[in-house]
Design a protein around this ligand. Sequence first.
Ligand code: GLN
Length: 304
Amino acid sequence: MNYNEVFCEVNKLLKSHVDNGTVASYIPELQKVSPDKFGVHLCTVDGGNFAFGDSEEKFSIQSISKVLSLTMAFEIEEDKLWKRVGVEPSGNPFNSLVQLEYDEGIPRNPFINAGAIVIADVLVSKLKKPKEDFIKFVRQLSGNNQIDYSDRVAQSEKSKGHRNAALCNLMKSFGNIENDIDEVIDFYFDLCSIEMTCSELARTFLFLANYGKDPVSGNKIISSSKSKRINAVMQLCGLYDEAGEFSFKVGLPGKSGVGGGIAVVHPGKYSMVVWSPRLNKKGNSNKGVRFLEEFTSYTESSIF
Ligand code: GLN
């Protein structure tokens, strides 16, 4: 399929779509991004690359990195991991404190903030140099040694990160955080601060479209069983309290971030990233969701 043509056609369909979303402002640095940026990149498992718009511009991947930290922690901890974090959709905002109290410090899933903070805690415990070791892993997945954290974005989030600190403290009180709170939270902010282009991020997610094996390098990153499970969690939890609607409209496992990116995979076929910074009320890219909905409808192809 010539996806470049499909992108043009889908973009035409969205011409009349009025985007009333707003750029994330609770992380001051994110507010500086031009709201009307729009990029798409798709990598097929057999080596095809298709792009549209601002696909070569770096953006803050934010929560999309939670898929990569989960991949690393799952590989280290195996099924022990699921004693500390669940795999159920939350049906609540990604930073909810109320639900965490109710669930006695065991987050519903690894993609809400509390769950990703537990994953960060696991990595702080198990890696010799968490920050260095994690970015090395991301560079391996992306085949790109230039991928890096943004200290500017991490510091900006830290300056306003009281709610995430509250989640971490609450979990510590329930005995679900092993390390020092500041160390865990700083590492969590670092994870969220990674910057990539749509093409770099789509390339990074390719192993999840290929049953755990990177089709470009030939490296086996994780088992096909783990790849299935990570995609399943993305399907059910990747867009927080919009996961059901996203599944209904798009029909692919996906993960969003408040930087406006959404990464999706179609196992056996492709990985794809869309980026548009204006967010809807659930904190997901407004145009990104619309584009993916029209894309899977136009191509008549989803996992269902
Ligand atoms: N760093 C952001 C936060 O913790 C990530 C949230 C997101 O991308 N949904 O609030």
